[in-house]
Design a protein around this ligand. Structure first.
Ligand SMILES: *Cc1c(COP(=O)(O)O)cnc(C)c1O
Length: 357
């Protein structure tokens, strides 16, 4: 009997946290890399580990330069501020994090308007949707400067050709294009696409190290040298210029070397979970490292409490419950979670009507 199984049902704390891939904690190897990091004052440009991380990611993405940020929110914000000034406008998909979950920072701090574009389940923005949102040169309107995309979006990996189509429509009208690539490597993994190719349509990209990559903090913005110099100035102004931050950059370098290649394991476990849920008659779908479970609103609290009693944490419901696989959920933890779901929804082939169907 493994450790998870022996503790199961004993309510001894969390065995499996499916709320988000941000709950990952640095593993031994990552902590060792952090402890051993060569550091200096990065505001003086003297932290070799930060510089190595910035250069490494820039090179991977086929861009000229990178800047290390404490968070993805700040990295996105500095990018938007580097692209736009007061009275300018950004086109952004309505379901994207920049639009929904960054407290309208670009508007508050930059006087930038955010124009939401309707976005279906697949997250694709058509060339027509982009073109028709670009404002004419008319004093009634803000000046449309930038298109923002996100990949993965709600866990969904958007294919390169769809990205290229939207980016090209923007570029033809003289807009720049930014990617919120918080889970960029989940996208490259799912699409089996080289990072440089998936990055090619963008002027700037922000990549989170603190989601499935398991670093404690950090995001890197990459792009051309001039734009990144502006972003670096904004980072200072936003209070994000850090000193011996090589300790954190070392975690990012470790993640790029050791963890990107195992994101596929998270995707495989997500598929296994979705399959097991569907087998019980529950409604579930999988996207990269995420499973989305739909069940009647009235059942949510019961499921949440039942899973918590089994040591499994699940996230909120809006409108689906998001279950996220990550490196701190191994096969044993996953099987424990699946047993918990099966106890709630009914075993497969048990003959009982599935309550979640
Ligand atoms: C998490 C996330 C961010 C912001 O990252 P923080 O480091 O939490 O500020 C931006 N975009 C997307 C899509 C995210 O998932």
């Amino acid at each position: 009997m493994n450790a998870y199984a022996s503790m199961r049902g004993a309510a001894l704390g969390t065995l499996c946290d499916l709320r988000s891939d941000t709950v990952t904690t640095p593993c031994k190897g990552m902590r060792a890399a952090m402890a051993a990091a060569e550091v200096g004052d990065d505001v003086y440009g003297e932290d070799p580990t930060v510089t190595r991380l910035e250069d490494h990611l820039a090179q991977m993405m086929g861009k000229e330069a990178g800047v290390f940020f404490p968070t993805g929110t700040q990295s996105n914000l500095a990018a938007l501020l580097a692209h736009c000034g007061r009275g300018d406008e950004i086109l952004v998909g309505e379901r994207q994090h920049i639009r929904t979950s960054e407290a309208a920072g670009a508007s508050v701090l930059g006087g930038i308007a955010l124009w939401p574009l309707a976005q279906g389940a697949d997250g694709i923005l058509t060339a027509e949707a982009v073109r028709s949102a670009i404002k004419a040169d008319d004093p009634h309107y803000p000046v449309t400067r930038l298109l923002c995309l996100e990949n993965t979006l709600g866990g969904h990996a958007i294919a390169l050709d769809a990205i290229q189509t939207a980016a090209q429509a923007a570029r033809q009208a003289g807009l720049a294009v930014h990617l919120d690539g918080a889970r960029f490597f989940n996208a490259t993994t799912a699409l089996a696409c080289a990072p440089e190719m998936l990055a090619a349509p963008f002027d700037t990209l922000s990549i989170c190290l603190s989601k499935g990559l398991g670093a404690p903090v950090g995001s890197v913005l990459v792009g051309d040298r001039d734009r990144l110099a502006k972003a670096r100035r904004w980072r200072k102004m936003l209070g994000g210029a850090m000193r011996q931050s090589g300790v954190m950059a070392a975690a990012g370098l470790y993640a790029l070397e050791h963890i990107v290649s195992r994101l596929a394991d998270d995707h495989a476990r997500a598929a296994r979970l979705a399959h097991a849920l569907c087998d019980t008659g529950a409604r579930a779908r999988v996207e990269t490292n995420m499973v989305f479970l739909t069940l009647p609103e009235a059942q949510y609290d019961a499921l949440h409490d039942h899973m918590a009693r089994n040591g499994v944490q699940i996230g909120g419901k809006s409108p689906e419950i998001r279950l996220v696989l990550h490196r701190d959920v191994d096969d044993a933890a996953l099987e424990a979670a699946i047993s918990g779901f099966q106890a709630f929804f009914g075993q497969p082939d048990s003959g009982s009507p599935a309550s979640g169907a």
